[in-house]
Design a protein around this ligand. Structure first.
Ligand SMILES: NC(=O)c1ccc[n+]([C@@H]2O[C@H](COP(=O)([O-])OP(=O)(O)OC[C@H]3O[C@@H](n4cnc5c(N)ncnc54)[C@H](O)[C@@H]3O)[C@@H](O)[C@H]2O)c1
Length: 308
């Protein structure tokens, strides 16, 4: 008997992608998609960013269709499409580091056509000069499945993320914001506090900084406007996550050090799973700490942590 054809089975031609904001994240996404053979157009208010993207094969235009990706700073998210011609059937997504306010605003404007997203990658550099087509390879990309999100559009955006080598984590906006408060927003605040406290300790302390200080403060070089918009945009969850850190610091130090070390020694085993194209099942995968790595015909394939 002949073998069953191998998956994945393409269900429809890949839609074009339009990227608005061609800085570090948007420029990198556009370049990665061009490299993957996708049709990519884009726009940026900065002519230098437009020229850099054009040199990488992006078609510069204010007319966007297919999957339209907002890769602008958080304060510009709700207005960046105002002067652009966006196809009324386009699926709109974003890369913003905070999701609840963005999903509320753009979900209100675009309804089920909007899919909030956040790739967990990027560096302390910014602007089109920081473009790196390999930025998304192996990164987790949180993608919001709200009650009103149209699943076929969620899958279309997921395919964009998978095309550039990311793994997709299905989330709700609120769960995303709680989670990234703990693992991204608080680390930015702690890095700033650590650096400011070390500076108070004096020039000798700063002269003796080495690996642990460098690793704990790497992100202090990020654009302050970017960090401020991120932490203030997620103030409630960031404050709650900071309270948990304060409580940890009140523990006896040997206990605290052992608890941190136990996290570093946790199992990193994985088990492959197939998940039906169903909101509850996809969100359960994300909550379990898993991710989607492949779109198949009637389901997606992913993995969940397996303590073995
Ligand atoms: N930097 C990171 O580490 C990181 C990681 C994940 C997500 N994000 C999110 O990605 C988004 C972009 O961040 P970035 O680091 O690429 O910023 P960036 O400063 O490198 O790039 C932003 C680009 O948007 C352009 N822009 C600004 N307003 C615009 C408008 N109204 N219309 C069109 N273009 C406009 C700017 O000219 C710039 O080229 C932000 O929402 C941020 O929260 C950033």
């Amino acid at each position: 008997m002949a073998d069953v054809p191998a998956f994945p089975v393409p269900t429809m031609p890949a839609p074009p992608v339009g990227v608005v904001g061609l800085g570090q994240l948007g420029g990198s996404l556009a370049a990665a998609l061009v490299a993957a053979g996708r049709e990519v157009s884009g726009w940026d208010v900065d002519p230098a960013a437009r020229n850099a993207a054009a040199a990488r094969g992006v078609r510069i235009t204010q007319e966007l269709s297919g999957v339209v990706v907002l890769a602008v700073p958080l304060p510009a998210m709700t207005t960046a499409l105002d002067d652009l011609a966006v196809d009324p059937d386009a699926t709109v997504t974003d890369l913003g580091s905070v999701k609840v306010p963005v999903v509320e605003a753009l979900g209100g404007a675009f309804g089920g056509r909007f899919v909030g997203g956040h790739p967990m990658c990027g560096t302390e550099r910014s602007g089109h000069g920081a473009t790196d087509p390999g930025l998304f390879a192996g990164a987790r990309w949180a993608l919001c499945l709200e009650p009103g999100t149209e699943l076929p559009r969620w899958l279309r955006v997921a395919e964009v993320a998978l095309a550039v080598g990311a793994e997709v984590v299905p989330v709700t906006a609120a769960e995303h914001d709680d989670a990234v408060a703990a693992v991204s927003h608080v680390p930015h605040l702690l890095a700033a506090a650590l650096a400011a406290a070390a500076a108070e300790a004096g020039p000798l302390a700063l002269a003796l900084t080495a690996g642990s200080f460098r690793d704990g403060t790497r992100v202090i070089g990020s654009d302050p406007a970017f960090v401020t918009a991120m932490v203030e945009g997620n103030a409630g969850p960031a404050s709650a996550a900071l309270d948990r850190v304060r409580a940890q610091l009140d523990r006896p130090w040997p206990e605290l050090v052992a608890a941190g070390n136990a996290v570093a020694r946790r199992s990193t085993g994985r088990r492959t799973v197939r998940v039906p194209l169903d909101r509850a099942a996809l969100l359960a995968l994300g909550r379990a700490g898993g991710a989607v790595h492949r779109r198949l015909a009637a389901f997606v394939e992913g993995w969940v942590p397996d303590p073995g």
